[in-house]
Design a protein around this ligand. Structure first.
Ligand code: CA
Length: 142
């Protein structure tokens, strides 16, 4: 009698191998999709580089990406992400940024949130003492 491969009973080992291969494909697919989405998001914000110019209330043309990154640098003195809460603050830079953010703080904060996933004003409040924070808000017109 001829063997019919289509109707041949599959061994448990064969079935386990197929299941493992399918599982591996699903897992790999998940990580590929995840990194693709991250790449697209990152590319989107990178493409915004130097293309987000807007005028503040002093009529200066400022780039939202640059301002958001400068806020981060002023708050994250060490340049090391995880040290942001205890690496001090460049207070003078904060004041200068406040002046540049007059009239556009909401837009800067939105971009900061997209880049660093935290609320800019909360970050600034954490970095400055209460009188510095009051001065910051006055300079920024908040
Ligand atoms: Ca800090």
């Amino acid at each position: 009698m001829f063997e019919n491969p289509q109707n041949q009973p599959r061994s448990p080992a064969y079935q386990a191998t197929i299941a493992a291969i399918i599982l591996a494909i699903v897992i790999i697919g998940f990580f590929v999709a995840k990194s693709t989405v991250r790449g697209i998001k990152q590319g989107y914000y990178d493409n915004q580089d130097g293309q987000s110019y807007t005028n503040n209330s002093d009529g200066q043309s400022v780039d939202l990406n640059t301002l958001a990154r400068e806020y981060r640098a002023a708050a994250n003195n060490s340049g090391t992400d995880w040290m942001i809460d205890f690496d001090g603050t460049d207070v003078e830079a904060m004041y200068s940024l406040a002046e540049q953010s007059k009239g556009i703080f909401t837009q800067v904060a939105k971009r900061y949130k997209q880049l660093y996933n935290e609320v800019l004003l909360e970050r600034i409040a954490e970095e400055l003492n209460s009188s510095e924070f009051a001065k910051f808000k006055a300079l920024a017109g908040l």
